[in-house]
Design a protein. Structure first.
Lengths: 80, 107
């Protein structure tokens, strides 16, 4: 079983995050990722940025699926 | 045929293409099933689906084509729109219907 906290550390190691929270049941995970780097990027580009960090985990099958909400700090301030 | 070329011809030659696990009638993954439901709810009555479980070369190739490591993947008029999360957000905000509207009308 994969610990959601471990996924948080993977992502945070590759992307400066204002906020990151991953929840899941060990197989399917949901992440809320807030980063200033997302400014000016559309949703596809933001997720590609995150996928780039965890690509090897997805390729190896260690991580099957990660749902994502990708927000800029300003969007996060409105959404929270 | 080269798999990237094959994918390119599929997504540009059809208005709506969904790469998924299983078929619209029998989706084999919850994310694929959810996208099918959202497309139906957005008025889509005809679309091309590719069952990547039956096409191993496409399964790998499509990940490289869009630089996107997960399935499902939706293409409208040759353009990659997103995977399940993005489509869910777009569906909730009404954007998905807007993107699909010209294609649905033309069908």
């Amino acid at each position: 079983m994969l610990d959601p906290k471990l996924i948080e550390t993977w992502i945070a190691a590759g992307l400066p995050c204002e906020h990151i929270a991953v929840a899941g049941d060990g197989h399917h995970f949901e992440a809320v990722i807030v980063s200033a780097e997302f400014e000016g990027m559309n949703r596809v580009k933001r997720q590609q940025r995150v996928y780039q960090i965890i690509k090897d985990k997805l390729d190896s099958g260690e991580l099957h699926a990660l749902s994502m909400r990708t927000l800029t700090p300003a969007e996060w301030a409105v959404a929270r | 045929m080269d798999v990237q070329k094959h994918i390119h011809e599929t997504v540009t030659g059809n208005p709506i293409v969904l790469y998924m696990k299983g078929t619209p009638q029998f989706p084999q993954c919850g994310f694929s099933a959810k996208v099918i439901q959202m497309l139906k709810a957005s008025g889509v009555t005809s679309l091309v689906t590719v069952n990547i479980l039956e096409e191993p070369e496409v399964r790998q190739g499509i990940k490289e084509y869009a630089n996107w490591p997960t399935i499902p993947q939706l293409y409208v008029n040759g353009e990659f729109v997103g995977g399940c999360d993005i489509l869910t957000e777009m569906y909730a905000s009404g954007e998905l219907e807007k993107v699909l509207e010209p294609v649905v009308k033309a069908a």
